[in-house]
Design a protein around this ligand. Structure first.
Ligand SMILES: [Fe+2]
Ligand SMILES: [Fe+2]
Length: 199
C-alpha cells in the first residue's frame, strides 16, 4: 500500500469507529471502549503522519501553509478527544463533543485526501510513495496505544495549565470591575454629601 492508500484506510477506520460511537448507548461500556479505540487509532495516525508524511509536505513552498494548518488541526482534534475521555458517556454533552470532533476530522481528512495528496502525488515516484507507506506503518507500530494515551495526557496537562492561568486572570479582573461599579455608586451617593461638607 502506498502512503496515500495507507492514510485513506486509516481515515476510513476512524469514520467507522465514529459511526459506531454515534449509534452506541450512553450507558454501558461500549462507548468507552470505542472512544479508546478511536483515540488510540487517531493518535497513532497523526503521530505517524507528522513523522513520515508531513516533513515532505512542509518542505514544499506550495504545500507548507496547508501542512502547518493540518498540524494545528491534529492538535485541536487531540484536545477534543481528551475532553471526551474526561466526560461521562451519559453526559448530554458527550455526543455534541463527538459531533464537533467528527466535523473537524472530516474537514481535515478531506483536505489531506484532496488538496494535499494532489500536490504530494506530483512530488513522489510510485516507489517513493510505496516506501513512505511502509515507513508510515512502521511508525504507527512504534506508536503503541499506551504511548498514544500518555501523549494525549501530556498534551492536556499543558492545556490545563494554560486554562488555569486564564482563570486566574479572570478572577483578578472580576472583583476589579465590581469595585469600580461600587465606587461609581458610592460617588453618586456621596456627591451631595461632599458638596454639603465643602460648603
Ligand atoms: Fe492528519
Ligand atoms: Fe490523516
Amino acid at each position: 500500500m502506498d502512503i496515500f492508500e495507507t492514510i485513506r484506510t486509516d481515515h476510513a477506520l476512524c469514520r467507522e469507529i465514529m459511526e459506531q460511537m454515534e449509534e452506541s448507548s450512553p450507558r454501558g461500556k461500549t462507548r468507552e471502549r470505542l472512544l479508546t479505540k478511536l483515540a488510540d487509532e487517531f493518535t497513532m495516525h497523526q503521530e505517524a503522519e507528522e513523522a513520515v508524511f508531513y516533513p515532505t509536505v512542509l518542505d514544499e513552498k506550495e504545500t507548507r501553509d496547508a501542512a502547518l494548518e493540518a498540524i494545528e488541526e491534529h492538535h485541536v482534534l487531540a484536545m477534543i478527544l481528551q475532553d471526551l475521555e474526561g466526560t461521562a458517556t451519559d453526559d448530554e454533552r458527550w455526543l455534541p463533543k463527538l459531533v464537533v470532533f467528527r466535523e473537524i476530522f472530516e474537514h481535515h481528512a478531506e483536505e489531506e485526501e484532496e488538496e494535499i495528496f494532489d500536490e504530494v502525488q506530483d512530488l513522489l515516484t510510485e516507489d517513493e510513495a510505496d516506501d513512505m507507506g511502509k515507513e508510515f506503518a512502521q511508525a504507527k507500530e512504534k506508536e503503541t496505544p499506551k504511548k498514544a494515551a500518555t501523549k494525549r495526557g501530556a498534551a492536556v496537562e499543558a492545556d490545563e495549565e494554560e486554562e488555569e492561568e486564564e482563570e486566574e486572570e479572570d478572577i483578578d479582573e472580576g472583583p476589579e470591575e465590581e469595585e469600580e461599579y461600587e465606587e461609581e455608586d458610592e460617588d453618586d451617593d456621596d456627591l451631595p454629601d461632599v458638596e454639603e461638607e465643602d460648603e
